[in-house]
Design a protein around this ligand. Structure first.
Ligand code: SF4
Ligand code: SF4
Length: 359
């Protein structure tokens, strides 16, 4: 007997019924291009989710793989003539799966680390200890995020170095995971909202007026998801937006530079111009666009929990994305994209690292 309960997925039933099964989403879905099966495409995920809601399907291994190999890139929504919210369907399905005690082993491990240590890597040191600075009252705060603090730490180092060179009165934060990893896996809002409140309270206690983030995933959380649950007494800026407004004096870099739009900064949060404006400020640089850019940017394959659960598939998606450019240098604005594109052999750098080198 199928005892799987679809509480959240029922909220997406109308969206599922809106799908005309036209298959246009298959032309853009990175996981479909990588795997080649309909169950790995947006349309297939809609069909499986409908089967779950109707009680016709059980969430077996193949259904789990279909729902968790979606990078939540939202390119299907852009392409879909009926504007089916596939990411909403997938994320509601994941919430029901987690509520029913079903998680992929890798995600179970990640969630346990966030619950136990406050970060998905299980690191014991706090973010301020890792960055070598103490939180203090300041108008400007840098929220590094777990990946830039504990793994791609050249990004956090570059961000702080830039702020020092520009003589900003800044503070680091005694931050906990922003909740993005937990949210993408499907943990419930009841667990995420206290994490959000704790971060906001710690930031507000330092009198912060502006919060700077260098991670697209953290930025999407603070910009789009936190305000749905918590009042933010400060403004939220991605580092690219800060740099574009600041117009720092940069040294020349005579290279053809392409920018890869992180899905969570671009399609999810609508930030396309600021990073390009920063690249245009670099003397002697030649900004070039990738074959699919801005709203049409192809996903690197690293988001939505895919890199942790299916690293080889994530790497293949990154390789496909790299076919979109022959630039001398690929720049992006997210530690997840940097890490995943590098795994596929790209010379890719974060915008903060490039700017710090040229400042
Ligand atoms: S493009 Fe939209 S309507 Fe067409 S199959 Fe995909 S999700 Fe359904
Ligand atoms: S969000 Fe991206 S990976 Fe997921 S179904 Fe849509 S296009 Fe495919």
């Amino acid at each position: 007997m199928n005892d799987f309960r679809t509480e959240r997925l029922k909220d997406s039933e109308q969206a599922m019924l809106t799908c005309t099964m036209c298959g246009f989403c298959k032309s853009v879905c990175p996981s479909f291009k990588e795997a080649g099966w309909d169950t790995s495409a947006a349309r297939g995920r809609v069909i499986l989710s409908y089967g779950l809601v109707q009680g016709d399907l059980e969430p077996d291994e193949e259904v789990m793989e279909s729902l968790y190999s979606c990078t939540t890139c939202m390119d299907c929504y852009r392409r879909c003539p009926s504007k089916v919210d596939v990411v909403g369907i997938v994320e509601n399905a994941r919430r029901d799966l987690v509520a029913g005690g079903r998680m992929l082993p890798k995600h179970r491990d990640v969630v346990a680390k966030v619950r136990g240590r406050g970060n998905p890597y299980g690191e014991e040191a706090s973010v301020p200890e890792t960055l070598g600075r103490e939180p203090r009252p300041a108008p400007l705060a840098y929220f590094a995020g777990c990946t830039a603090a504990y793994r791609a730490n050249e990004i956090a180092g570059a961000a702080l170095s830039i702020l020092d060179k520009l003589e900003e009165d800044i503070t680091v934060l005694d931050e906990g995971c922003c909740g993005s990893v937990m949210g993408r896996i499907g943990c419930p809002e009841e667990e995420l909202v206290p994490m959000m409140r704790a971060n906001v309270e710690r930031i507000a206690a330092l009198g912060v007026e502006t919060l700077l983030l260098s991670c697209a995933g953290c930025y999407r959380m603070f910009k789009e998801e936190y305000p749905q649950h918590v009042e933010l007494p400060f403004r939220v800026l991605h580092f690219a937006e800060y740099l574009a407004a600041k117009e720092p004096p940069l040294r020349p870099c005579p290279r053809r530079i392409a920018y890869h739009d992180p899905c969570h900064l671009g399609r999810h949060a609508g930030v396309y111009d600021a990073p390009r404006d920063v690249i245009k400020m670099i003397p002697e640089a030649e900004p070039v666009e990738m074959a699919n850019a801005r709203e049409r940017s192809r996903c690197c394959g690293g988001g939505g929990g895919v890199r942790s659960a299916f690293p080889e598939a994530a790497k293949r998606m990154a390789s496909a994305r790299l076919e979109d450019t022959d630039a001398d240098l690929l720049v992006t604005a997210c530690p997840f994209c940097v890490t995943n594109l590098r795994a596929a052999g790209a010379e890719v750098t974060d915008l903060t690292v490039l700017v710090d080198k040229l400042l």
